[in-house]
Design a binder for this molecule. Structure first.
Ligand SMILES: [Zn+2]
Length: 235
């Protein structure tokens, strides 16, 4: 599968070829040779599902973090709910992509507990770690305590091991293949966003996003036709 940031299969297998072992956040992470593959699902579960099959073909398991209160997708829609269950059944882990901006600072932990109860009830998967969406200082500087819950910017996942992310559709700080070539073999957290690997319709992040919006609008229109007969007659 190809996308803006290249061939996804090739990217994942380059770490296998370099001797890396894919791991989860709750495993003990050695200083060398482990890679925690993380996905923040900001826009589309369908994109996440597509890349998950590439991982399956390589025997790789990763962790998918899902927004529970997104304006872009509904986790309870039939197709999305099935995708999440399917990720679980195929051995991937799922977790909460936590949007702290939804909760005033004083109620942040209450908001998180509300989402954890909801998530656990829906997916029967205990929450051990969350991935903050658009993380603010309290996460990046680790000035908040979430009790028993970990987050992906804790020192052991963010400072003690390498952190590589494609969050703006670019590898802004270090590119995975350059890191592998360096031969450091340091363990790392690789944070990849499914949208950048799911389409070649566009050669820049903005074009990819525009394409995504166009497809989303077409899907919305189909749903409107199915749910509002008068509208469907105009088509
Ligand atoms: Zn996010």
């Amino acid at each position: 599968m190809k996308g803006l940031l290249g061939d996804y299969h090739k990217l994942l297998s380059s770490f296998l070829d370099a001797g890396y072992e894919y791991s989860f956040f709750n495993n003990n992470i050695d200083q060398f040779g482990k890679i925690i593959l993380r996905h923040d699902i900001d826009f589309s579960l369908e994109n996440a599902n597509r890349i998950s099959f590439v991982e399956d073909s390589l025997g790789i398991k990763s962790t998918y973090f899902i927004l529970l209160r997104s304006d872009f997708y509904n986790i309870l829609s039939k197709s999305n709910f099935e995708i999440i269950r399917s990720l679980q059944k195929r051995g991937h882990k799922i977790g909460i992509h936590f949007d702290s901006s939804l909760y005033p600072d004083t109620n942040l932990v209450d908001g998180l507990n509300f989402e954890i109860d909801f998530f656990d009830h829906l997916f029967n998967e205990p929450v051990e770690i969350i991935a903050p969406h658009r993380p603010d200082k309290i996460f990046l500087e680790n000035t908040i305590s979430l009790g028993d819950i970990s987050h992906t910017y804790e020192k052991k996942f963010f400072k003690d091991i390498k952190y590589i992310s494609d969050s703006t559709g670019r590898f802004r700080f270090e590119k995975p293949h350059e890191f592998i070539l360096s031969g450091e073999n340091q363990s790392l957290q690789l944070n990849l966003h499914p949208i950048w690997y799911s389409t070649t319709s566009g050669s820049s992040p903005i074009e990819i996003v525009e394409h995504f919006l166009q497809v989303s609008n077409e899907n919305l229109e189909k749903s409107m036709e199915q749910n509002f007969t008068d509208y469907s007659k105009t088509k």
